[in-house]
Design a protein around this ligand. Structure first.
Ligand code: GLY
Ligand code: MN
Length: 470
């Protein structure tokens, strides 16, 4: 368990603002519980709920809290350890002590929450809930509110969701420092991958080197490592392939700090000392799209427009090598680029690697002025709305050659005016390339999080040559 918290005044202020935004009623926030892996006492690494961390900072399992928007009262519910617990876990601060460390002066045993909630229900007070994403919290709400499990999601509070997103979307100075730290550890993970890889190794041997850096940074992974020679599969978590010269490794990995702020980067590099000519051509296009997208990042810009521009650059680049044809802007409008770029350009990042995705992408990445597209490709754009100073986000264009998708679109004769299917055949075993970095939006532009890491072909090949002793 991690007991590092920010200064109590940080949490007090955040809760004050939240209560005033939600205005009236009672906010109920649930922390997470230990999650058993295969039997009760053998648990996954504990991960506190990020909204609970943001407002209460306590990285301890089994807590819940209320904030009364009308009276201002705040209570943390949790159970002190019994002697039996202490034998196994060691001594922990009492719930009262933990609560006081984050500026909360009332704490009660967990069992009293049921009484508290039913009293509020009798008084016809609005109980504001966030959507639960863990089944134990879903069951807890069912029990505490006495409503069927199937109806809990209909009871969540849109005003609370919007207030939380409003606050958590704009990162303050302390958070940006943490995110820089997460990006620095993340960059070390990628350097470790680029340095460790040797032809003949298994992917999992490199995964071990990458994971080690996250742990050495004092936290752990912000999401399961994607490290694969089959980079065309976007979230490929299989690590059992042997790696060969002329293949590329796509590594998408990130660390979270001990306060749980995330990093998320991707590099694609050759298993051998250099990219092949064919790989270089595609890499250049992805890098162009990446650099151009970054140059557009500033307050007021629609991230959807950045995505569209990156998609057009990808389409146009592929046109230069004969894979696509026609007008890039028309092709992207029609959705033909999604043959190569099936995912979005990036997402918000903070305490979650896909920040606040549990609260609903339609509220985090979109708003009243812009709706999510339903078109294949663009529908996976997690962030589309106008950028604001203090947003932290990823930029991660890529080109992916997915044989099943190629065969299907070709058989259905889709986008024949935009795609040269005959040329595409030669790319069936190409895999994929992605380049991802993390940025904070500043008052007039953007800033890269963390120290820069090799990204150009020359820089990456230099690391590979050195690592292979060539
Ligand atoms: N880095 C994993 C993702 O953004 O989905
Ligand atoms: Mn990402």
């Amino acid at each position: 368990m991690n007991f590092r918290v920010l200064k109590d005044e940080v949490y007090i202020k955040r809760r004050q603002v939240l209560k005033s935004k939600v205005h009236s009623g009672v906010i109920l926030l649930l922390g997470n519980h230990e999650a058993p892996m295969n039997y009760k006492d053998n648990t996954y690494r504990f991960r506190q709920d990020s909204t609970f961390l943001y407002f209460f900072g306590l990285d301890v399992a089994g807590l819940a809290a209320i904030m009364d928007c009308d009276s201002g009262e705040e209570i943390i519910f949790g159970n002190d350890l019994t002697l039996d617990d202490i034998v196994w876990t060691g001594l922990l601060p009492t719930v009262k002590e933990m609560a006081a460390s984050v500026g909360v002066h009332k704490s009660q045993a967990v069992s009293t929450i049921f009484d508290y909630v039913s009293k509020q229900q009798v008084l016809k007070r609005h109980i504001h809930l966030l959507p639960p994403y863990r089944h134990d919290n879903l069951l807890f709400l069912h029990q505490a509110l006495n409503i069927p499990v199937q109806q809990i999601h209909a009871q969540v509070s849109l005003s609370l969701i919007k207030a939380v997103i409003n606050l958590r979307s704009i990162k303050d100075r302390l958070e940006i420092e943490e995110l820089h730290q997460a990006a620095n550890i993340t960059a070390k993970m990628h350097l470790a991958a680029m340095t460790a890889a040797k032809p003949g190794m298994k992917e999992y041997e490199i995964v071990a080197a990458v994971h080690q850096e996250a742990i050495k940074g004092g936290g752990d992974l912000s999401f399961p490592i994607i490290l694969t020679v089959n980079g065309e599969t976007l979230h490929n978590h299989y690590h059992g392939n042997t790696i060969f010269d002329d293949q590329m490794i796509l590594c998408d990995a990130g660390a979270e700090t001990d306060l749980h702020y995330a990093g998320d980067m991707t590099r694609t590099f050759p298993v051998g000392k250099s990219f092949t000519q064919k790989q270089k051509e595609i890499y250049h296009i992805v890098l162009d799209a990446h650099l151009h997208a970054v140059s557009m990042l500033k307050p007021g810009v629609l991230y959807k427009d950045v995505y569209i521009k990156a998609s057009e650059i990808i389409f146009d680049g592929l046109k230069q090598i004969g894979i696509t044809k026609g007008n890039p802007s028309e092709a992207v409008q029609a959705g033909a680029h999604a043959m190569f770029f099936q995912c979005g350009l990036g997402h918000m990042m903070g305490l979650d690697v896909h920040d606040m995705e549990d609260l609903g992408e339609q509220y985090v990445g979109y708003d009243e002025t812009i709706q999510k597209s339903t078109q294949f490709g663009m529908k996976s754009l997690r962030l589309g709305k106008k950028l604001e100073e203090g947003f932290v986000l990823t930029v991660e264009p890529g080109i992916y050659f997915i044989p099943t998708l190629m065969d299907k679109w070709k058989a259905e004769k889709l986008f024949q005016d935009f795609i040269n299917y005959d040329k595409l055949e030669a790319y069936k075993d190409f895999s994929g390339i992605r380049i991802e970095e993390d940025f904070v939006i500043t008052h007039d532009g953007n800033k890269l999080l963390g120290r820069p890491l090799a990204k150009s072909i020359i820089e990456i090949e230099e690391i590979r040559r050195e690592s292979l002793g060539l």
